[in-house]
Design a protein around this ligand. Sequence first.
Ligand code: KIV
Length: 273
Amino acid sequence: MSAVSNINNKKVTVHTLENMTHRGEKISMLTAYDYSMAKLVDASNIDVILVGDSAANVMAGYETTLPITLEEMIYHARSVVRAVNRALVVVDMPFGTYQGNSKMALQSAIQIMKQTGAGAIKLEGGQEILESISRILSAGIPVMGHLGLTPQSINKFGTYAVRATTENEAERIVADAHALENAGCFALVLEKIPAILAKRIAQELTIPVIGIGAGKYTDGQVLVLHDMLGITQDFSPRFLRRYHSLGDEIRSAVRQYSSDVKNGTFPSESEQY
Ligand code: KIV
C-alpha cells in the first residue's frame, strides 16, 4: 500500500483517521474559517479541516482565543461545512462553553453539531474536563482532545512558551493523554511540547496523535492556514514552516489596483460595457 493511499474523494471519517494511523499513514490537518478558503483546502487532499478558535486571532484580531463565542464559532463552521466534500470537519468548542459544567458542555456540543453539520468537536484540557468529554461522547459526538499548550488557559500559563519542559508536567500530560484515550476521544492534538515527549505519547496511544510544534514523530500535523500561507506575518515560532508569502502578494496586488484606479488605467476599454 502506498504511503499516500488516502488520495481519493471518499469522505474522511474518524474511522478513516484511525485506519490511516494503524497503517502508518500520516494525517494532514489545517485550519479554515470561511467558505472560500475551506473550498481550496478541501480540494488539496487535506484529511482534517479544523474550524479552530484561532479564528479569534486570525479572523477577528483578538489577542487571545478567549473572546470568541459559540455563535461566532458556529457561523465559521457552517461556512466551512458548506464548502467541504471530503475532509473531516472538526470544530473547536470555545472558552466558557464546556469547562466546569458537563451539562452545558453537552448542550454546546449538540448546538455545534446540529447547527453546523460538522463531523466532530475539539476541546482543550485533560482530566479536569473528563466529565464533559464523557457526557459529549455519550451523545454520539466524536471528541478530539488537545493537550500541551492550550491557548484557552493562557491566563494560567502566562506565556505561549513550549510546555512540558519539567518532568512533572511531562508526566501529567502523558497521564492526561491516556485518560483522554480511555474516555473515548478519537484523536488528540499535542501543541508545542518537546518532540521526544510527543513521540512517547504517539507510541503509547492507539488513537491518532496530531502535533503542532510537537516534532515529527506524531501521526499527523496541523498548522494554522493563515500562518503557513504567510498571510499573517507577525507570528514566527520555530515550528512554523511558511509555504508561501501570500501577505506580500496580496499587498502588491492591492497596491497595483489602487495605483491603476488612481492613474486611470483601470478599467480599460475592454473591461467596460
Ligand atoms: O485553534 C486552533 O487553530 C488550534 C490549532 C492550533 C490546533 O487549536
